[in-house]
Design a protein around this ligand. Structure first.
Ligand code: PLP
Length: 443
């Protein structure tokens, strides 16, 4: 706890009054009046309290498990919000990172980085893309994608085509551009004029997207599955329709696969399910398996405006990140790996559908593809998340009252069973408390 600002302090001694400890996530205003004078202060935790954190910390992780500082073991289905694609402390990733750490950490993009060239070539060989820009996060990968789409039209002699159609329920990051793209008022409030250039329409609604196209439209930006929005899965015809709209109107199709990419849905990228290809794609999260890494991938045509000096990042593509990225790709692209993810996805969905049938008062719906899964709750999602945590299962919240399940892609059948067992126990406890409050209301 720390006094960070003192306002209107009159008279009295220099001693601060005794105040309660500011908890993590806490910020409050202190106002004390007494015969020594009047003191007002803003008290804030040393760690900027922009997150509503669970009161839980971890000592170490191994595979799908985390060991809490409370001594309890947790099955991690929050996966660092879809980041820990290979679980915790995967031996191949630990080896890659520690070996690289003994060679060279950082050189900057003033020089060639062979591991970046290698990772870019491998991503190009495995996807629609011809070229890759490395960043450090999803939002940065998205910034590159937005700039690239605008630049494409500028160098094509149509600088007026700088508007992008985006969708409700989307999430693209927390920079000013990505917030404006997603258009979520809750996240924009208080940060001034949103960056212009985005026209938002209903997710999954092709007609709405078509109607929004004007001579100033340059691109359409969508998540193949909306993650933060609540694991909203559109029909495959949606992405196909967007591709067609782009082709017919000279627009670029930009996909945000920050969450859905890198094997999460059982394909390297989720666009593959729809059998289309984008012009630009942003990915992050799983690509670094826990090391900060993002990538903006594009066709040669879409990237034609991105010449030397048009974009950059001090850390992007740094040797440590590249070593880990290559090691992640070694595992994900190994023969049979993605088939196993698809198998695990089907198994868990089947088990969750049974769970929903058993607990129809708690769970309304199971959604998702592969290991990007959502349970739409009937009770407040926070109750289900807390009850699951009590049972030793970690999950994450999403829009539409959804509880996200994001296990590592390496998950085994025994862990799936254990997780479903823990959810079962959590649902039973919620049902017991629902029944008790019903009885209480009847009395
Ligand atoms: C689809 C999508 N895009 C972009 C982002 C932003 O990524 P980051 O938090 O790494 O900036 C996220 C993060 O949750 C995401 O889910």
């Amino acid at each position: 706890m720390r006094l960070v600002r003192r306002v209107d302090r009159v008279g009295g001694s220099n001693k601060l009054p005794k105040v309660p400890l500011v908890p993590p996530g806490g910020i409050f205003r202190l106002s004390v009046s007494g015969f020594a004078g009047h003191l007002e202060a803003v008290l804030i935790a040393p760690l900027l309290p922009t997150y509503a954190r669970a009161d839980l910390a971890f000592e170490r992780g191994e595979g799908t498990w985390l060991l809490g500082t409370d001594g309890k073991r947790y099955l991690d289905f929050s996966g660092g919000v879809a980041v820990n694609a290979l679980g915790h402390a995967h031996p191949a990733l630990v080896k890659a990172l520690t070996e690289q750490a003994q060679k060279v950490w950082h050189v900057s993009n003033l020089f060639r980085i062979p591991e970046a060239e290698r990772l870019a070539k491998r991503l190009v060989d495995a996807s629609f893309a011809d070229t890759v820009f490395f960043a450090n996060s999803g939002a940065e990968a998205m910034e590159c994608a937005i700039k690239m789409a605008r630049k494409y039209h500028a160098v094509s002699g149509k600088p007026e085509k700088n508007r992008i159609i985006t969708f409700d329920g989307s999430f693209h990051g927390r920079t000013l551009a990505t917030l404006a793209a997603a258009g979520n008022q809750k996240y924009l409030d208080g940060f001034g004029e949103p960056m212009p250039g985005f026209d938002q329409v209903r997710y999954g609604d092709l007609e709405d997207a078509k109607k929004a196209i004007t001579p100033a439209t340059g691109a359409i930006l969508a998540e193949p599955i909306e993650g933060e929005g609540g694991i909203r899965v559109p029909p495959p015809s949606f992405l196909r329709g967007l591709r067609e709209l782009c082709d017919n109107n000279g627009l670029l199709l930009v996909l945000d696969e920050v969450q859905s990419g890198m094997g999460r849905t059982g394909k390297l990228f989720a666009y593959e399910w729809a059998e289309i290809e984008p012009d630009i794609l942003a990915t992050a999260k799983g690509i670094g398996g826990g090391f900060p890494l993002g990538a903006c991938m594009a066709t040669a045509e879409a990237a034609k405006g991105m010449t030397a000096g048009t974009h950059g990042s001090t850390f992007g593509g740094n040797p440590l990140a590249m070593a880990v990225g290559n090691a992640v790709l070694d595992v994900i692209l190994a023969p049979g790996f993605l088939e196993k993810v698809r198998h695990s996805g089907l198994l868990i969905k089947q088990r969750l559908a049974e769970l929903r049938d058993r607990h129809a008062a708690v769970i309304a719906e199971v959604r998702g593809e592969g290991l990007l899964i959502g349970l739409r709750a009937i009770v407040p999602q926070g109750d289900l998340i807390a009850a699951a945590r009590e049972e030793g299962l970690l999950t994450a919240a999403a829009g539409e009252n959804v509880v996200r399940l994001l296990p590592p892609l390496i998950i085994g059948e025994a862990e799936i069973s254990e997780a479903v067992g823990k959810l079962d126990a959590a649902c039973r406890k919620i049902e017991i408390s629902l029944a008790a409050s019903k009885r209480g209301a009847a009395e």
